[in-house]
Ligand binder design. Sequence first.
Ligand code: ZN
Length: 479
Amino acid sequence: MSKQYTPTIGIEIHVQLATKSKMFCACDNNSRNAEPNTNVCPVCMAFPGSLPVVNKGAVELAIKLGYGLNAQIAKITSFDRKNYFYPDSPKGYQITQMREPIVGKGYVEILVDNEFKKIGIHHAHLEEDAGKSTHPTGKDYSLVDFNRAGTPLVEIVSEPDMHSAVEAKRYLQEVYAIATTLGVSDGDMEHGNFKFDLNVSVSDNEELGTRTELKNLNSFRNAERALNYEIARQIEILEQGEKVVQETRGWNDAKGKTVPQRSKEEANDYRYFPEPDIPPLNLDEEFITNVQAEAKKEVLPITVRQELLSLGLNSDEQDILVGQAKTRTIFYDAKNTLNNSQLERKIVNWLVGDYQAWKSENSESESKLSGQHLAELIMLIEDGSISSKTAKEIFANVIAGQKPAEIIQAKGLTQMSDDTELEAIIVDIIAKNPQAVADYKSGNEKAAGFFVGQVMAATKGQANPGKANALVLKLLQEQ
Ligand SMILES: [Zn+2]
């Protein structure tokens, strides 16, 4: 490559909101197990004379998300019609926000190579989803299910602040963690709760290059792969002295490449205009403050990352605690129970090590691991009651919900720390090994190690090694 190219990436994320009902009607927002076209009403089917009413719960979740995106909330926010004809849109338009979005400028901090970087948020707006078309193979018809029509979404539009596929992936993961931590979305990616469009261009100078849009991705890994492919493809075109065509492209996972979908010439003119059936919303200060106060009760992913970074965790370890809500709760509960910064790294080691290993072979729903029990397990090792080997052996029982102290009691696993009991054993070993005692007395200090080994063997590993060592030395001196 003769020139240095810089990629520039901007992202639009569609987050499905975890409300009870749809965006503008009382239909259930969960159609997971519903028969097609049963979860509909005159409003979401756009029957003449029906009027949409804004879902207060959706507004609250948008405000919470705005808090997570460090963004201003608009006091006056309004809706617009985006006109287009498509079979899965019963209205012939989508209600969205074009002029006065609810969430204004903000930013998200991502961690790349152990350094924080701010990615600007241009705005985020409320809108409704369309229905779903399916095209049965070999048939000369298509099917439309309107259950999804009217589902509340927030679209988050970033600034073009990302300059590599890794940065884009980190941004997506961070926004996902924010949305799920705040309870804004269920975040079920397989069911399209979190989808995104990636805008990418490359340039070898100050001006931005011609961009392409990669539509409808729903996996972090594929986003990174698609961007790496697209960046390389565009550079190759420019290197050959040709021009990148502005177009929409899709990601073909099986082939591992992006493929053209439609070019700019065919792009729609949506003829936006203000939604006449919904008056602008005037959000009062107190309402916004109260919703934000609710959001503030949650520990945001960035706070977790900063703490984990100070504990020396790498990105993969951080992702586990940031991405797994239950694991993160266990971490904080254990941390608060122990209340000892020296032991925090130990909590993390259990959670990113043994606990992940257990999770890879079991379903997390079976886990009854609590932060309190994990803290207790760590304390039992710290005070010498059990060895770390024993702790690992009983960890599955702890995950099953048993109290560590009760497990070691029931299994008789307590490390032997009782001085009189240990002394008796050592005295016995000394009496049986006069030659080793003589060796030690003649200056061979290594002989003491022999006695400690004998003690561990006699107690089947249950003696506290430090204590055994001290007692052996004390008793040998007395010979
Ligand atoms: Zn409805």
